[in-house]
Design a protein around this ligand. Structure first.
Ligand code: C5P
Length: 283
């Protein structure tokens, strides 16, 4: 079975505080985009669970979230694991704040739900994903949603009006646990207006959403990395973006455009600045 694993963006991301279990309570508006990994799943006769990707540095064993998702699936079903090949063609940049690994895991769960003819409702599939990673439940549900709690408490929102998305993953990567650890001691200069962004979505107001995009993790980045993220945001805004922000714990910067030509020009401009650059649309 072939299945797509879409990247996600955080239109807003707020950290409300640290929890007794070591995780953080979050409040964020999530959005899926067409940029996606392509997964192929097939049963084998060897009884082994094998993951292959076109990126040699990614784990091909149980360290890969896609494999963890498959193991979790059979654990939940109470049945012995079957031999399974998972082939992942990566297009989503890794360690980028775009939930590439979580989305691959979510795609495996969705695929197994069909391949095994389990017919579980998506909410139930999302629940299985909770233990694989905090973003996995959202990646199962996709679309536009408010995510709270660890990220697993989901409320569907009206879709973001049609627009073009230009994103750039700078040359460096960010460790998610390290940035979460740092955020506790950072004095946040600014918080996103998530409620305003939700009201703008309800009104179908793309400009209103774009104006309110903000991610508190920008304040937790080391100085040089924060400067790079700010530069990229400025380039995008100067190129006519309606708004620009960082996704997840970064470092990918994304922006929304209501004009395809301007989005293409911004993409061209960013290609001269290094990093991986993509133009995509919302799902
Ligand atoms: O849940 P997941 O494994 O994707 O999270 C990776 C790390 O990010 C966690 O180990 C934790 O350090 C941090 N995290 C957090 N609060 C969240 C989600 C993730 O502190 N809500």
């Amino acid at each position: 079975m072939e299945i797509l694993a879409h990247a996600k963006l955080n239109l807003t991301l707020d950290v409300l505080g640290k929890r007794p279990d070591g995780y953080h309570d979050l409040r964020m508006v999530m959005q899926s985009v067409e940029l996606a990994d392509v997964l192929n799943l097939s049963y084998n006769d060897t009884g082994e669970l094998r993951v292959g990707t076109n990126l040699h540095f990614l784990p091909n064993n149980e360290k890969n979230l896609a494999a963890q998702a498959a193991l979790r699936w059979w654990e939940e079903k109470g049945s012995a694991p079957r031999g399974l090949e998972i082939n992942i063609e990566k297009h989503i940049p890794v360690c980028a704040g775009l939930a590439g690994g979580s989305s691959d895991a979510a795609a495996v769960l969705r695929a197994l739900n069909e391949m095994e003819r389990a017919c579980l409702p998506l909410e139930e599939v999302a629940r299985i994903g909770e233990r694989v990673g905090s973003d996995v439940p959202y990646c199962v549900m996709r679309g536009t949603a408010l995510a709270e709690g660890r990220g697993e408490v989901l409320t569907p929102l009206p879709p973001l009006p049609q627009c073009w998305v230009v994103l750039c993953k700078p040359e460096f990567s960010i460790s998610t646990p390290a940035l979460f650890a740092k955020i506790d001691s950072v004095r946040l200069r600014c918080r996103p207006d998530t409620q305003g962004a939700i009201a703008a979505l309800e009104a179908g107001d793309l400009h209103g959403v774009a104006r309110r995009m903000y991610n508190v993790f920008e304040d937790a980045l080391p100085d040089r990395q924060r400067a790079r993220v700010t530069d990229l945001k400025n380039i995008l805004i100067q190129s006519g973006a309606l708004g620009a922000s960082m996704s997840g714990t970064g470092p990918t910067v994304f922006s929304l455009f209501d004009d395809e030509g301007r989005a293409r020009e911004a993409q061209e401009r960013l290609l001269d600045c290094g990093g991986e650059v993509f133009m995509t649309q919302t799902v």
